[in-house]
Design a protein around this ligand. Structure first.
Ligand SMILES: Cc1cc2nc3c(=O)[nH]c(=O)nc-3n(C[C@H](O)[C@H](O)[C@H](O)COP(=O)(O)O)c2cc1C
Length: 186
């Protein structure tokens, strides 16, 4: 399949916001085991393929439990300078070092030492132990821990809102519709 038509639009928005670190931050919404919503910020780690968004997380975090019973998620990605919002829906799949050591080692090495260090911190969300150690760096040669989790979001629907036009411009693409563009009321 050719490059989905929303990819160049996303790239243009990323380029417009490229001077801001926040251009790599997106919000990931999941459904928790009790059916209530959860949302948090993650760093975009790029694309595994044309329609597979790459994210990293910690298998000890609550969100990892959410994926195991409901893999359908939504991502909201705002580009403030470009004044554009992208929302991606799809299914998350997870890969840990026991399942694919080479893949995890490869992605582990793409992070900075300070980024890798977070996986050496105590369990996220547990009560703070004032005596626990929180390393500030982990070298590239280190082995990814068992709880390093590579997330792949297989995108199946995209909703794009562009505030730079009057009226605002809203479009939707579905993989089930071969990514054909539909114009919607904003
Ligand atoms: C700017 C920013 C970037 C973040 N990037 C990530 C990330 O890439 N992966 C991740 O697991 N958590 C990231 N976090 C932390 C999450 O937002 C969240 O607090 C943590 O993962 C625990 O979430 P959970 O309890 O819902 O599982 C980031 C937080 C901020 C503020």
């Amino acid at each position: 399949m050719p490059l989905p038509p929303w990819r160049p639009l996303l790239k243009a928005a990323q380029q417009r916001d490229s001077r801001s670190p926040a251009a790599r931050w997106l919000q990931l919404a999941t459904v928790s085991r009790d059916g209530t919503p959860r949302v948090r910020t993650l760093v975009s780690r790029g694309w595994r393929s044309d329609d597979q968004l790459l994210l990293f997380t910690d298998a000890r975090s609550e969100k990892a439990g959410d994926f195991s019973h409901q893999s359908c998620v939504e991502v909201c990605w705002l580009f403030a300078k470009a004044k554009q919002q992208f929302r991606f829906r799809g299914a998350i799949s997870t890969t840990n070092p026991a399942e694919d050591p080479l893949l995890c080692q490869h992605y582990w090495a793409t992070m900075r030492d300070s980024g890798r260090a977070l996986w050496a911190w105590p369990d996220p969300g547990a009560d703070l132990d004032p005596d626990a150690s929180f390393p500030s760096e982990l070298p590239e040669q280190s082995t990814p821990p068992d709880h390093f989790l590579v997330l792949t979001l297989q995108v199946s629907a995209v909703d794009h809102l562009d505030l730079t036009h009057h009226p605002h411009r809203r479009r939707r693409w579905l993989v089930a519709d071969q990514w054909r563009e539909r114009r919607l009321n904003p």
